[in-house]
Design a protein around this ligand. Structure first.
Ligand code: ADP
Ligand code: MG
Length: 729
């Protein structure tokens, strides 16, 4: 689809060429990254030695030299002020799943009634927002309300332009005052990147391919799906306004506007929005390209080029914010919810993931010579082992109230974690398992016993859109991630579990190789480790249709877990195995993971209860009154018809049916109000009650309301319909 598959290099360098190409197509070349304090700007503005030291930290993960901070801060401030900034903010990602910022001005008074601008190293390096207003899942009780933000120099600072204000944004990690407990999404992501880098390098050393490599980076490219609707409708729907999804709404007649959306041209207003979003994102250095061919009416997609996972995760947050902000300017609302419209395709975020060395080698690229290919199979098998062993954890990493409506539904990947490999790789894995590799499929020659491995074609050509975790040429694509979620957390989990498998493989290899590092020994040691892994974990490989019911039966037979909803998925976070893996790789402590579980459960409860309350409120104050008005009209019509001495039997029948429906609806509202009031004290019990009682009661009132919508006169119905909302013009 894009030239990026041809670029297998380290993302930063790989990104440059296609971005230039993209930008040459539009007159915005000089605008690219204009609002980012890039390496080039740093080089121009920082003393040579300071620049060099900072780059060493950014690129090679060396510890940050605090003496640099004042110099860097001052250069940043000058650059920001020259670009019109008046304020700076530490920009961080608390566990609300959103971003947070607190602005401070650069301005300080001088001695003589004037003002100077100032930005010190300590203000750059450390901030102190009030942590008590962010979720800490019990950490607060233990560690006080205080939290610090700490500059993450590996993600570039940028200017935020909003409402005429220009603010210097400093990406930061957010930790408790001891500095030890992560209160955000970035800190564990950075830790997991260290962990996977360390283990990957260990493996490269075994293969002797570590020359010049100082880091291995997890790379990430996250495709964002979203809906656009006219803002007028958005404000007319309390459910969209408070929950970002419709709680009521009868499905439009089958496929009608679905087709004219899919084949129709993009409305000019949407085009203008896309163009402006792209430009804003380019200024922020986010390498996006836009696609607009999503299946559902009103649904669109934006895909960026991949970058190192930490920067990609930051950029992804900027993508979501930018889409929302720009849409509003065009009189539209950008809806990021996973399932805003029942019965219509949901939205996901496909997280493309790989590992690349800082010398430019994509470790999941199946091509190249013997060593690289052998290495590829090791990395491939490491991922297979990880996804099978930690399937539940991976599932839990994408669990949310919103994603529940999508995962397992017809058009989304099932909640069962499985890997799509494609025919060619599956064949090779099977060959490997039997231990007697012969030459295989036309595009590659397999000769594991000897010195050469097959030159694998980089594109197998086959695609499987139903798999939650698919190998797509030279990377994996994790498709179960929700459209409104931060990619940081699932990526953290992926990095951590792959670090675990690499650690396992390295330990085995180091043990069996000892000091004897001949090529032949290496080949046979690797083969034997991989064979064991394949035997044990191949059950997770599935190339068929993930939407098929038969797969559920088959998966159960294979013993693959199927955690259907958030309430069953979240508790696995604190399973011993998962606590252990986080702890072993220093990604999260036991306390941190427990607090996260707590926060996620609490968030689930809050979200569904807000929905339930919104639903009862809309039902009582909007839908029921409309239904009664309609009832009155019908009753008046019956009376008038009978008074005119005309047979009104049919009309009376309609009235009676309507009254019956209205009564059922009223009862359903009462039922929902009742179950919402029940309030088990323990948050986990509460979550269970919400799943088992609140959600079904919500489904019941929705079903009746949607039936009413199909009966009540349109001029009385108080809410914009799906048809209106989904045909964006
Ligand atoms: P499609 O999935 O439609 O074929 P692409 O293959 O072009 O689309 O890429 C989808 C996403 O995968 C893009 O964001 C792209 O940058 C990303 N991607 C490509 N290579 C890698 C990689 N090595 N690591 C992480 N993401 C990657
Ligand atoms: Mg894709």
């Amino acid at each position: 689809m894009t030239p990026r598959h041809e670029e297998n290099g380290y993302p930063r360098t790989a990104v440059v060429a296609p971005i230039d190409r993209l930008l040459h197509a539009r007159p915005v070349h000089d605008q690219f990254a204009a609002d980012v304090f890039t390496e080039r700007v740093m080089q121009q503005r920082l003393p040579k030695d300071v620049f060099k030291k900072l780059i060493r930290t950014i690129k090679h993960g060396d510890r940050l030299d605090h003496d640099l901070a004042d110099v860097v801060a001052s250069a940043m401030k000058d650059w920001a002020v020259e670009n019109g900034a008046t304020h700076y903010t530490h920009w961080f990602q608390p566990l609300t799943g959103l971003t947070a910022e607190k602005h401070d001005a650069f301005i300080v008074p001088d001695e003589s009634g004037g003002a100077l601008s100032e930005f010190t190293g300590s203000a750059l390096v450390r901030g102190e927002p009030d942590a008590s207003s962010f979720p800490s899942g019990g950490l607060r009780a233990t560690f006080e309300a205080r939290g610090y933000t700490a500059w993450d120099c590996t993600s570039p600072v940028f200017l935020n332009r909003s409402g005429g204000a220009i603010t210097l944004c400093i990406p930061t990690a957010f930790v408790s005052w001891t500095g030890a407990e992560a209160l955000d999404n970035k800190t564990p992501l950075l830790r997991s990147m260290e962990a996977v880098s360390e283990q990957a390098i260990r493996l490269l050393k075994i293969f002797g391919t570590h020359e010049g490599v100082s880091r291995v980076m997890a790379t990430c490219g996250a495709e964002q799906e979203y809906f656009l609707i006219d803002r007028k409708y958005y404000f007319e729907r309390p459910d969209l306004l408070t929950c970002d999804r419709t709680l009521f709404g009868a499905k439009p007649p089958k496929h009608q506007q679905l087709e004219d959306h899919y084949f129709g041209s993009i409305p000019a207003r949407v085009m203008a929005f896309m163009n402006e979003s792209e430009r804003e994102l380019y200024r922020l250095g986010v390498p996006v390209k836009t696609r607009h061919n999503e299946v559902a009416p009103g649904q669109f997609e934006l895909a960026p080029m991949f970058e190192t996972a930490n920067i990609a995760a930051d950029h992804q947050m900027l993508v979501m914010e930018t889409l929302k902000r720009v849409a509003a300017r065009h009189g539209m609302e950008c809806i990021l919810h996973e399932k805003p419209f029942a019965g219509i395709n949901g939205s996901g975020k496909h997280v493309n993931w790989s590992l690349a060395t800082d010398t430019g080698v994509n470790l999941l690229d199946p091509r190249d010579d013997t060593h690289t290919n052998m290495q590829f199979l090791v990395f491939l098998c490491a991922v297979i082992r990880s996804v099978d062993m930690y399937a539940e954890l991976l599932r839990a990493s994408v669990a949310s109230a919103a994603n529940d409506h999508r995962l397992g539904a017809n058009e989304a990947p099932p909640a069962i974690m499985s890997i799509f490999l494609g025919d060619m790789l599956t064949d090779i894995i099977e060959q490997l398992e039997s231990g007697t590799p012969k030459r295989t499929m036309k595009s590659g020659q397999l000769d594991l016993g000897a010195r050469t491995l097959p030159h694998l074609p980089r594109h197998t050509g086959d695609r499987n859109r139903t798999s939650p975790f698919a190998f797509t040429g030279n990377k994996f694509e994790f498709r179960a991630v929700g459209s409104s979620a931060s990619v940081a957390w699932p990526t953290t989990v992926l990095n951590t579990i792959v670090a675990d498998s690499l650690d396992f493989i390295c330990s085995q290899l180091e043990k069996s190789l000892g000091k004897d590092h001949t090529e032949a020994r290496l080949q046979s040691a690797v083969r034997s480790v991989l064979q064991k892994i394949i035997k044990q974990h191949k059950r997770v490989i599935f190339n068929g249709d993930g939407y098929d019911k038969a797969w559920h039966t088959e998966a159960a037979k294979r013993g693959l877990p199927n955690l259907r909803d958030t309430v069953s998925a979240l508790p696995v976070l604190t399973a011993k195995k998962n606590i252990d893996v986080f702890r072993r790789f220093k990604v999260l402590s036991k306390l941190e993971i427990e607090s996260r579980e707590h926060i996620y459960v609490e968030k689930f409860n809050k979200q569904v209860l807000i929905e339930a309350e919104t639903a009862t409120n809309m039902a009582r104050t909007q839908i029921l009154p409309a239904a009664i008005r309609h009832q009155t009209e019908l009753a008046e019509a019956v009376a008038a018809t009978e008074a005119a001495d005309v047979d009104a039997a049919d009309l009376r029948g309609e009235l009676e049916a309507h009254v019956e429906l209205v009564n059922k609806f009223r009862a359903a509202i009462e039922k929902l109000e009742g179950v919402v009031k029940a309030h088990p004290a323990d948050i986990f019990d509460h979550a269970g009650q919400i799943r088992d009682e609140v959600r079904p009661a919500m489904a019941d009132i929705r079903e009746l309301a949607d039936e009413l919508e199909n009966r009540v006169a349109e001029d009385i119905w108080p809410l914009p319909s799906y048809r209106e909302m989904l045909s964006i013009r």
